[in-house]
Design a protein around this ligand. Structure first.
Ligand code: ARG
Length: 576
């Protein structure tokens, strides 16, 4: 569709310049819609054309020259020039028919087969995200990792990659020594079963506080850890118990959030393999000892340890990075992935730089396919209980605030399950708030701002979707694809069609940069266009043909909106 038009333009230009159309297609852009302004549909900047086809120094002249050699045809109804660009308008009737039909036929795959995405690799992508630490806080960083990773996985899947969604739990380390040592004293099996995450966290907090003052506890934590490392059955069974219950609990909350995993991996899988890594590093002569007794890999250019990564404690135990090395190599061997993406906050930037560097020194070529997607910090996300400790708290808070807003609003419809509706809106609000800016930036979180019903929020998207959905209840002949394009002559339709032309470009850019903000702002634009169209195109009281064409048009908006929302990780609501 957008492709069909880009191709038609490219073919015209190709005849003049002698360049294959494929080379031109990526430079033919759908023009962004500005409020109420009519404009052409596509533009080609002459300075973006590959090769040197133009001799005038002025791009304006070059554009004029190119335009003068191009001819209109059954697809292209108008050719003009902008500043340094040639602009094209597509035959209205054809544009309307092609796009609306395509959206109604393709449904959720709309835009995903675009020619712009033809160079996208569609192999096996492993996305590792969320990765909380058992018995510790599930902080806002983990929430960000969860929703960003989920979004990346959705997007990759949508363009045709096979995706493995992996959660790499912090399920090893001294916190388990403490838990093992402290559970007898502070733990309670009943409480553990009732609310595992909360109870483990409580025990952990208590026993760490005690261990600060009490050397006996510290010692028994170390002993417990030692037993765990040695695979002592009793210690292991307690550890497994904690881990299993925690995962069960996480899974419930992920489900509320609409997030899933194919695999729960974790640091614990790599305790032995981390020792193998140390042996390997040693055999390659890559281990050095620093003045303070740490065992490191030297990453400096000059070999003077000015940059290094600590991979072993003086007592021979492995560290976070050592387990990550083992995990990466294991995944390379097991999955031969085409791409692996780690999603964490930017405080781990150096960690991943070091990880990739060591893998490279070890000659692991697949490291060139590994990528760290990093994001900034969220400030001020508080719940009524205070700081965020559990993911559940954030979801509960979003839900209860949203329920309150719904109760205060006159336009809210009664839905069957208001709590569920509130939750889905609340989650949409969290996601949009988080995805609005560049991922790398820190931002200040405010509930009131995130939950506003107007403005660029997730609530607005949900509201727009629900409104379109209820309008479509009037549509009785959904299967009838034929419609009269003459019934859709309205500036609001024209703008929306032009906006649809940009969808694949936006997906392309979002995918290339792995930045959801492009998609978010596209959907906001679509939402506003939907509202404008809603005001000017009445369905009730129109003749059957007009009503049908308009409903088909509204359905197209709904489909594209829902597709985009789902990619972001939002479940579009039919009613609210
Ligand atoms: N559990 C870690 C944390 O909470 C994040 C793990 C990220 N993934 C990795 N392969 N290191 O900080």
């Amino acid at each position: 569709m957008a492709c069909l038009f880009r191709r038609a333009i490219a073919e015209q230009v190709s005849q003049v310049l002698g360049l294959p159309p494929e080379k031109l297609i990526p430079h033919i852009h759908a023009i962004q819609v500005h409020r109420k302004q009519d404009s052409p549909d596509f533009q080609l900047y002459v300075n973006s054309v590959p090769g040197d086809h133009f001799n005038a120094t002025s791009q304006v002249e070059n554009a004029l020259k190119l335009a003068s050699k191009l001819a209109r045809n059954s697809v292209i109804s108008e050719i003009r020039t902008g500043r340094g660009s040639v602009t094209f308008r597509i035959n209205r009737d054809l544009l309307t028919k092609t796009i609306l039909r395509k959206i109604n036929q393709d449904g959720s795959s709309f835009g995903m087969n675009s020619e712009l995405l033809s160079n996208t690799s569609r192999g096996l992508t492993l996305v590792e995200y969320s990765s909380p630490n058992i018995a510790k806080k599930f902080h806002v960083g983990h929430l960000r990792s969860t929703i960003i990773g989920n979004f990346i996985a959705n997007l990759k899947e949508a363009v045709g990659c096979k995706v493995i969604r992996m959660n790499y739990l912090g399920d090893w380390g001294f916190q388990f020594g403490l838990l093992g040592a402290g559970f007898n004293k502070y733990g309670c099996e009943e409480k553990l079963r009732a609310n595992p995450l909360q109870h483990l966290f409580e025990v952990y907090v208590k026993v760490s506080a005690t261990a600060e003052k009490d050397d006996d506890i510290k010692q028994s934590a170390q002993d417990f850890m030692q037993r765990l490392e040695n695979g002592h059955p009793q210690a292991l069974s307690l550890w497994t118990h904690f881990r299993d219950l925690s995962i069960e609990e996480y899974a419930k909350v992920y489900k509320r959030l609409g997030v899933r995993f194919d695999e729960y991996s974790g640091e614990s899988f790599y305790t032995e393999k981390a020792q193998d890594i140390l042996k390997l590093l040693k055999s390659k002569g890559m281990l050095k000892t620093t003045g303070d007794g740490k065992i490191v890999v030297d990453l400096s250019e000059q070999g003077d340890l000015s940059t290094h990564s600590t991979v072993m404690r003086s007592d021979g135990t492995a560290l976070y990075i050592t387990r990550d090395l083992a995990a990466a190599i294991d995944r390379m061997e097991k999955y031969t992935f085409d791409e692996m993406i780690y999603v964490t906050d930017k405080s781990q930037q150096t960690h991943f730089e070091h990880l990739f560097k060591i893998l490279e020194i070890l000659g692991k070529e697949r490291v060139s396919k590994c990528q760290h997607v990093k994001f900034g910090r969220v400030q001020g996300m508080q719940t009524r209980r205070g700081d965020v400790i559990f993911l559940e708290d954030v979801l509960d808070e979003a839900r209860s605030r949203m329920l309150q807003n719904m109760a205060n609003s006159e336009t809210s419809k009664t839905t069957e399950d208001p709590a569920d509706t509130a939750e889905k809106i609340g989650i949409a609000a969290l996601i949009v708030q988080d995805f609005k800016g560049p991922l790398f930036s820190d931002y200040q979180f405010q509930w009131d701002q995130a939950l506003q019903s107007s403005g660029d929020t997730g609530v607005f998207l949900q509201y727009t979707h629900a409104r379109l959905h209820s309008l479509l209840n009037l549509w009785e002949t959904r299967e009838k694809e034929e419609f009269d394009a003459n019934c859709l002559q309205d500036p609001s339709v024209s703008s929306t069609l032009r906006h649809f032309l940009r969808y694949d470009e936006v997906i392309h850019k979002t995918l290339k940069e792995l930045q959801p903000r492009y998609l978010v702002s596209y959907l906001m634009g679509l939402g506003h266009l939907a509202n404008v169209a809603h005001r000017s195109l009445h369905v009730k009281g129109s003749s059957p043909d007009v009503a049908h064409a308009r409903l088909l048009f509204f359905n197209s908006i709904r489909v594209v909106l829902a597709n985009g929302m789902r990619l972001l990780g939002i479940t579009p609501l039919d009613k609210m």
